[in-house]
Design a protein around this ligand. Structure first.
Ligand code: MLT
Length: 325
């Protein structure tokens, strides 16, 4: 290469522009949008906002969270599925990516079609209630709900959300025909619950923890096999008589189908670095969660989890028999 073209090529590389030999510019060249498919202030939003700053540092471009809500997270997911597959639009999705397959007759995208980037964090759920609800324990709560049946309202964040999955399991295991009330996320559920207008919900600790700890809502059970260190006084579902109600919500980062593998790998490396960050680890621990082990923060481990969870929940949800169009 002549001296002048060599200088031009070097300059192009430094500027991140295509070089004269046609190599691709380094990615990313501009801000990356991370779509949160639920309301601001809720568990997915809290998680996303713990990640954006360290991801920004690693990628050298702003990673900006944007809430695109509705229909159990499927509107936000549809936005990402339809975006250009260039890595600039990502989705932070939860277990709902796997459950929605069995719940929607018509989805405008194939949840299994996203490029998987890496798993992020598992989050336990809690069964919580408005502060004035008289029951003190899970058995008392179930007796109270059994007497009232459909007068009891049970909120969730839409068909296909994590709280919907937990609510569906609760209704089908207890056979109490509680009336479900739908919100765009569990942050607005919390507001209504503290005002006494919502009786019950199942929410992730990443949202519920501070409300439980300072008594703004009542907690009856956690959905994990063991009690949580951060909520030592809250019984497990099994202790309260519902051993089959166990569910942990997992999260992953997705890109539209067809995003180049090199870009997916670059985002995966940034996510791995983010989840090694001690500040992120401490923030997640305070919220009853933890970063996924590094070997699960990979496109392949995430793909295996998504496929296994689609297969796991399909028969359970089809038997529960609640579908959306
Ligand atoms: C939220 O962020 O509001 C929740 O993740 C909704 C849900 O999936 O229950």
């Amino acid at each position: 290469m002549k001296k002048r073209s060599l200088i031009a090529a070097l300059g192009a590389v430094l500027l991140g522009l295509p070089d004269l030999a046609g190599a691709q510019p380094a990615w990313p060249q501009r801000p990356v949008t991370m779509i949160i498919p639920f309301a601001a202030g809720g568990p997915t939003d809290v998680l996303a906002r713990a990640l954006t700053e360290p991801l920004t540092r690693d990628l050298g471009q702003p990673v900006v969270a944007e809430n695109v809500t509705g229909a159990g997270g499927t509107i936000g997911a549809a936005r990402v599925a339809a975006a250009r597959p260039d890595g600039y639009t990502l989705l932070l999705g939860n277990i709902g990516l796997a459950t929605s397959v069995a719940l929607y007759r018509r989805l405008p995208y194939d949840p299994a079609g996203f490029e998987t980037i890496g798993l992020i964090t598992p989050v336990p759920m809690t069964l919580i209630a408005r502060p004035g609800l008289p029951a003190q324990t899970l058995p008392e709560l179930l007796a109270w709900a059994r007497q009232r049946g459909s007068e009891v309202n049970l909120a969730h964040a839409g068909i296909g959300s994590a709280s919907h999955l937990c609510a569906t399991l609760l209704r089908s295991i207890t056979r109490i025909p509680m009336t479900t009330v739908v919100f765009r996320g569990t942050a607005p559920v919390m507001t209504e619950m503290m005002a006494g207008r919502i009786d019950l919900t199942c929410d992730q600790t990443t949202n519920a923890m501070p409300y439980i700890q300072d008594g703004r809502v009542k907690a009856y059970a956690v959905t994990t096999a063991e009690r949580l260190a951060a909520l030592p006084d809250v019984a497990t579902m099994a202790e309260g008589g519902l051993p089959d109600l166990q569910v942990t919500i997992w999260h992953g980062l997705y890109a539209p189908h067809g995003t180049p593998a090199a870009v997916v790998e670059r985002i995966a490396r940034a996510l791995q670095a983010t989840l090694r960050d001690e500040t992120v680890g401490r923030r997640l621990a305070d919220l009853g969660s933890a970063p996924e082990p590094q070997e699960r923060v990979t496109p392949a481990a995430h793909r295996a989890m998504l496929d296994a969870e689609i297969a796991r929940w399909r028969p359970i949800l089809q038997a529960a028999g609640e579908f959306a169009d």
